[in-house]
Design a protein around this ligand. Structure first.
Ligand code: VGL
Ligand code: ZN
Length: 179
């Protein structure tokens, strides 16, 4: 069984947001179009407290319950079976959807007999990277959808390096039209 893991397609990571990636919202229609090819769709939310050491490294973003933390309006919420929240503690980790605090994602996926996890969303060089590496580490066949991810690119090339790192770890990288 195949799951789609949609990482952090939230307003603050899209155009006009507090920690915007270039064209982040463009992943939404790609994701909407492929969603019906999966047995299960899980979407993560970066979901921070108002004060956290995470904001020593980043501009304030995705504070739980705010507009910036909502899914982008172009992402079709009807496709989502389960939402997971991460980054909820006052620490600078929790970049991975597998560190969600409202659900044990590994157990949940196993209970649904998922063996393959397709990863998409934002940001390629942080939460997508961390979530894909974790999926792989937990024994799922892991596939990254390259036209459905966007990078922060704090340093030029970070997104490309993240894709290389995911490949080296054993993740497959595909275009959405190959699914
Ligand atoms: C993310 C930076 C800070 C992400 C979250 O979703 O990739 N990046 N918090
Ligand atoms: Zn964050």
């Amino acid at each position: 069984m195949k799951a789609l893991l949609i990482v952090d397609v939230q307003n603050d990571f899209c155009t006009g947001g507090a920690l915007a990636t270039r064209g982040g919202e463009e992943v939404a229609p790609v994701i909407n179009n492929i969603a019906d090819k999966f047995d299960l769709v899980v979407a993560s939310k970066d979901w921070h407290p108002e004060e956290t050491v995470h904001f020593e490294k980043w501009p304030v973003h995705c504070v739980a319950g705010t507009h910036g933390a909502e899914f982008h309006a172009e992402l079709n919420s009807k496709i989502i079976d389960q939402v997971v929240e991460k980054g909820t503690a006052n620490v600078d980790d929790g970049y991975s959807a597998f560190e969600a605090t409202n659900l044990d994602l590994v157990q949940f996926l196993k209970s649904k007999e998922i063996d393959t996890v397709y990863v998409c969303g934002i940001a390629t060089d942080y939460c997508v990277l961390s979530s894909a590496l974790d999926a792989q580490k937990h024994g799922f066949k892991t596939v990254v959808i390259k036209d459905a991810i966007r990078a922060v690119n704090l340093k030029e090339g970070d997104g490309d390096r993240a894709i290389e790192q995911m490949k080296e770890a054993g993740c497959e990288v595909v275009h959405s039209n190959q699914i």
